[in-house]
Design a protein around this ligand. Structure first.
Ligand SMILES: [Zn+2]
Length: 312
């Protein structure tokens, strides 16, 4: 089956906005332009169903969601660090729905999926932070648990720490996080269900990820991995010197080889990755294609788990 990647134009309703709200379209175009001969699996862009008010309210507080809808109080409406826009809530509802549909599809079919969503892991119960508005990772993880899954792993390799996610999953049975970061923003106390590694040296980056993956207990018992595949560790996309395109290509291979080895489907999202003096939007989009290509290369030829799932 094709690699299904969720996207709709509503992800980018804030057209004059920050990279978080403009790059999905660029990545979608780059996917459409991909030479089909260079991947083992065809890639299909699929429109998701936007997240409902109920899904958002299960993760975020009422006052915060009101602020996102109305723009008031302004400091709460702009707690993500970006100017409020009347299209903010429809935009994040669309991209959050994409994460949820990717997660559910991966769980139901056993095949890798993705969503061109960004700006997720710093958002907490009562507000946004660090360009993140709604924590779509937690919305999606909860949806998969509600559908009957027992264990969801959030694998967070964005440059920054996923403190929003760690706070939101505290006390929820069935959701755990493994987080390898290179920048200490939004760091938190590592604990058994949210394990954070902050890497100091670029040379330690891939070995630390390998170690973090290898330390996961009984990985074949995970139902689905939600992969926050930020490209912002890259030295020209917001990260640190020495983490190059080749390092991130190797990272994606490592992640998807691990997933294949333990037999777990991955639903990935774009997460961080930013324009700079050295990097335009096309460069950022090309970096995100590293994830798409790695997922397409390792996508099972058929929905391997669907038969098994049908019985249970
Ligand atoms: Zn980041």
């Amino acid at each position: 089956m094709p690699l299904q990647i969720f996207h709709r134009p509503e992800y980018d309703l804030i057209t004059e906005g920050f990279d978080t709200f403009v790059k999905a379209g660029a990545v979608a175009e780059a996917i459409a332009d991909m030479d089909p001969d260079t991947t083992d699996t065809t890639v299909e862009l699929v429109p998701p169903t936007p997240a409902t008010d109920g899904e958002l309210a299960a993760v975020h507080g009422h006052d915060y969601l009101e602020a996102l809808a109305t723009g008031e109080p302004r400091d709460l409406a702009e707690s993500n660090g970006l100017p409020w826009d009347p299209e903010l809530l429809p935009t994040v509802a669309a991209s959050t729905g994409g994460v949820r549909d990717a997660a559910l599809t991966a769980w139901r079919t056993g095949a890798h999926t993705g969503s061109l969503s960004s700006g997720l892991h710093h958002a907490g119960v009562g507000g946004g932070a660090g360009f993140c508005t709604v924590n779509g990772l937690v919305v999606a993880a909860r949806a998969v648990l509600d559908a009957g899954a027992g264990r969801v792993l959030v694998l967070d390799l964005d440059a920054h720490c996923g403190g929003g996610t760690a706070g939101l999953i505290d006390g929820i049975d069935g959701i755990e996080a493994v987080d390898v970061s290179v920048i200490g923003y939004d760091r938190y106390e590592s604990r058994p269900d949210a394990r954070l590694t902050l890497v100091a040296e670029p040379a330690d980056y891939l070995p630390s990820i390998e170690l973090a993956l290898d330390s996961i207990d009984a990985p074949d018992g995970i139902d689905v991995v939600l992969y926050n595949a930020g490209m912002d560790p890259h030295e020209h996309a917001g990260g640190v010197r020495g983490i190059t395109t080749q390092v991130l290509r190797d990272r994606e291979r490592l992640v998807f080889e691990w997933a294949a080895r333990v037999g777990v489907p991955v639903a990935f999202v774009l997460a961080g990755g930013y324009r700079s003096a050295r990097f335009d939007l096309d460069d950022v989009a090309r970096l995100h294609l590293l994830t798409v290509r790695a997922a397409a290369r390792d996508a099972p030829a058929t929905g391997g788990r669907s038969v098994e799932r049908a019985g249970g």
